[in-house]
Design a protein around this ligand. Structure first.
Ligand code: BTN
Length: 273
């Protein structure tokens, strides 16, 4: 047995002993290195994975970010995992799960680190101050039968990474860098799953209240912040007004209110300082 697989067994045992969620996170797989946990989860669905199944990897060789970008994290120190979700939601509400996941990360982090300024950059980047600490990638499948409808929800949280490449230093952070202390990855994962379960229930019970709560964490809201939505051509500048019932971003622009359902928000530095 290699040291690496010994370590992984210990991590998995700790997870299994401390898992507190009712449904999410079971069954689970702990892998030392995979291309992408989202890909493993999708293959697992083809092999019959149920709602709640979770795959964790200590290292991803081809981690995926939103909009076809690459998600690179240092092996062995961060959280990279994916959940299989078959939620009792209409398929046109599946995109809201990205907001659910972001809110679950934020509320989990807030409980652990009440002194940190944690927010969400629409749609689901989790920031500490202005640096990104976590990202979420949702990949949905919608078919003709109910059993073809599922979501793979991949989450990456920078936990104990001590440095970032130069080009990311102003943009990325980790919990270690923010607190000066090494953090318990599995403790955070177990607590995230409890929050995720809770936020999913909140969405289903009272969508308006869920969205208001989400807006409370939205970076740049109400501050008259200018931004660019990079995926639209040309980029637009506006003020964030809030989110719509389907989770799109509502902006006030020079030509009126604009609803954006996909894209990347970049803050105008001058307005956020
Ligand atoms: C983003 O902010 O662009 C989304 C990043 C999502 C990264 C996670 S890590 C676990 C899962 N597997 C992947 O390949 N990507 C997601």
């Amino acid at each position: 047995m290699t040291r690496k697989s010994d370590e992984l067994k210990k991590i998995a045992a700790c997870y299994s002993e401390t898992l507190k969620s009712d449904v999410l996170g079971r069954p689970f797989r702990f892998e030392s290195a995979v291309r992408s946990t989202n890909d493993v989860a999708r293959q697992w669905v083809a092999d019959g994975a149920v709602h709640g199944a979770m795959v964790f990897a200590d290292e991803q060789t081809h981690g995926k970010g939103r909009h076809g970008r690459v998600w690179r994290t240092q092996p062995g120190v961060n959280l990279t995992f994916s959940l299989v979700l078959r939620p009792e939601l209409a398929t046109d509400s599946f995109p809201l799960l990205a907001l659910v996941a972001a809110l679950a990360v934020v509320t989990m982090l807030e409980r652990h680190f009440p002194a940190l300024a944690i927010s969400v950059k629409w749609p689901n980047d989790v920031l500490i101050d202005r640096r990104k600490c976590a990202g979420i990638l949702l990949e949905s499948s919608i078919g003709t039968n109910d059993d073809e409808n599922y979501v793979i929800m991949g989450v990456g949280i920078n936990v104990n990474q001590i440095s970032f490449p130069e080009e990311l230093q102003e943009k990325a952070t980790s919990l270690f860098l923010e607190t000066g202390l090494a953090q318990d990855r599995i403790g955070l994962l177990v607590d995230f799953l409890v929050e995720m379960e809770d936020q999913m229930k909140r969405l289903m019970q009272d969508k308006s209240r869920f969205l208001r709560n989400f807006e409370g964490y939205l970076a740049g809201i109400g501050a008259g912040v200018h931004l660019n939505v990079l995926d639209s051509r040309p980029a637009v500048s506006g003020t964030i007004l809030g989110i719509t019932r389907d989770g799109s971003l509502r902006l006030r622009t020079e030509s009126g209110t604009l609803i954006v359902n996909a894209g990347d928000v970049t803050f105008d530095d001058a307005t956020l300082e």
